[in-house]
Design a protein around this ligand. Structure first.
Ligand code: UN1
Length: 509
């Protein structure tokens, strides 16, 4: 009985009905089958997840280790072709992906389309990076009679641990980067969204990426812990909460074996600053998109709006107008702007936050949820809360909640300092038509992605590489020119090519 082969065979059975998937015929496995709690899917189960067993994890890493040299030896061009073949298959299977994004993750159709596009962009971009970095060595300068050559290769086995909020794009992005560099990959998708990951892996195998090279290990945090404690891992690429990133880092540090590479993209406490020179219609459009698209469940999403005092009332009034017009409800309807949040725990945490602010006497504007949403899913009413400063926020509120505060013209530098003092450094928005203000904010703000006179979400692969600093992650930026290099090891070969040097002894041996 080969558990890996068994799991891969199960993947062939993944289908998109309310029937359980990931079930094995082996009766011993039944106990492992836990329903995915998906109340937002109109109360229906999308499937079931069977968590990876300890021996399956060990086995998967053994197989990934054994095949890694072969995968690396294929070279950048062949790996690029395989990743591009996977991108083609993703596009050909768009209907399944869009349906799963909606049914498994509760995404709106618009978000599902954007997500699939980002996944395909990642595959194609990192394929290009495989060609750029892993086909020819770089010849380095040196004196005559010396050859200096820099080449890059995969480090070994990489684990990727990915979030539910981008169950396809951020599942496949880091994995594709690791594969492009010549690593093999064991991938643990978020416990809430294993089915979409299973389809992604299956299509990669269909594209010709060997099964042992890219393996799926579904499960919750305990599976993640088992994976990251394996001393054979060369590195981990993680996207998720700052707390989990710290835990993984500790687990990697405690292991025997080589020092692991750790790449983390974590949370944010993202603000937008709007001064009195801004165009209110543009501000309104961009605030609504940044705070409420994807039900606020993006790490890039806007949590905080700083409005200059002289335009506070009129701009906020305009924002309320658009806020009131948001369509909340069934994510499968084309008209829906704001769908549900991911699960009951997420909803409860957001509701607690709103309740606490109300109790503290804060002004809270809330949309009423339409009829039916209370019983069919984890809907959270879009909310705007007035506070004094971003420093009043103790944690990331991962949902459709925007906070707003006012500032005076001479307080701009203080506002930037407060934003920096959160320790997070992911996205920052600015609406201003004053060049000096833009320069000041750009120079002082410690953030990874700074958006001016536009919304602050939806970074595009290659055009806007994405990632933060401080509590927001380690960098490098996903979808940018330095990302794949972090998954690679570098080697410099230096040869004395003069007759009297090393070259002569090479010939003699
Ligand atoms: C995340 O939400 O985990 O720019 C990060 C954006 C996306 C954010 C992804 N790339 O909105």
């Amino acid at each position: 009985h080969d558990p890996l082969a068994a799991r891969l065979a199960e993947l062939d059975d993944v289908h998109w009905t309310a029937e359980p998937t990931f079930c094995s015929d082996d009766p011993d496995f039944e106990a492992e089958i836990a329903p995915i709690n998906k109340p937002q899917d109109l109360g229906k189960e999308v499937g079931t997840r069977r968590d990876s067993l300890p021996e399956e994890i060990t086995n998967a890493i053994t197989q990934a280790s054994d095949i890694q040299a072969g995968w690396n030896g294929l070279g950048g061009e062949k790996r690029a072709l395989l990743l591009e073949a996977a991108a083609d298959l993703f596009e050909q299977n768009s209907a399944e992906f869009l349906s799963l994004c909606q049914r498994e993750a509760g995404k709106t159709l618009v978000d599902a389309v954007l997500e699939l596009r980002e996944a395909v962009d990642f595959l194609r971009y990192y394929a290009g990076e495989a060609r750029r970095m892993f086909t020819q060595p770089v010849m380095l300068p040196g004196p005559t009679g010396e050859e200096n050559r820099l080449s890059m290769a995969g480090r070994g086995v990489f684990a990727t641990i990915s979030p539910w909020n981008f169950p396809l794009a951020i599942f496949i992005g880091p994995a594709a980067a690791a594969l492009a560099a010549g690593n093999t990959v064991v991938a643990k998708p978020a416990e809430q969204t294993p089915l979409i990951a299973a389809l992604a892996v299956k299509l990669c195998h269909q594209a010709g990426i060997p099964e042992a090279v890219f393996q799926l290990l579904p499960g919750a945090g305990d599976v993640g812990e088992m994976i990251t404690s394996d001393p054979r891992l060369a590195g981990v690429a993680f996207t998720g909460s700052t707390d989990t990133a710290r835990a993984i880092n500790r687990s990697l540090a405690a292991r025997e074996g080589p020092i692991a590479t750790f790449i983390a993209e974590t949370g944010g406490q993202n603000a937008m600053i709007v001064d009195s020179s801004a165009l209110p219609e543009q501000v309104t459009r961009d605030v609504i998109a940044s705070a409420f698209q994807s039900a606020g469940q993006r790490c890039s999403a806007q949590r905080m709006l700083y409005l200059q005092e002289d335009i506070f009332d009129e701009t906020l009034a305009m924002i309320w107008g658009a806020f009131d017009a948001l369509d909340i409800g069934d994510p499968t309807l084309l008209s829906t702007d704001v769908g549900p949040v991911i699960d009951p725990d997420a909803k409860a945490a957001l509701e607690r936050h709103v309740a606490r602010r109300k109790k503290a006497g804060r002004t809270v504007w809330r949309r009423k949820l339409p009829k039916g949403t209370g019983t069919t899913g984890c809907f959270v009413a879009p909310t705007i809360i007035e506070i004094d400063s971003i420093l009043d926020l103790k944690r990331e509120n991962f949902g459709p909640i925007l906070h707003v505060a006012r500032f005076k013209a001479d307080e701009l530098e203080q506002v930037i300092e407060d934003i920096n003092a959160t320790g997070f450094g992911l996205t920052l928005g600015l609406h201003s038509r004053i060049e000096a203000t833009r320069r000041l904010v750009e120079a002082k703000a410690k953030v990874g992605n700074f958006y001016v006179n536009r919304n602050q979400i939806g970074a595009v692969v290659e055009s806007q590489p994405f990632g933060g600093e401080g509590l927001s992650g380690t960098g490098p930026k996903a979808g940018g020119p330095h990302y794949v290099a972090r998954f690679a090891t570098e080697r410099v070969v230096c040869i004395d090519t003069t007759a009297a040097g090393g070259n002569a002894s090479l010939l003699a041996s």
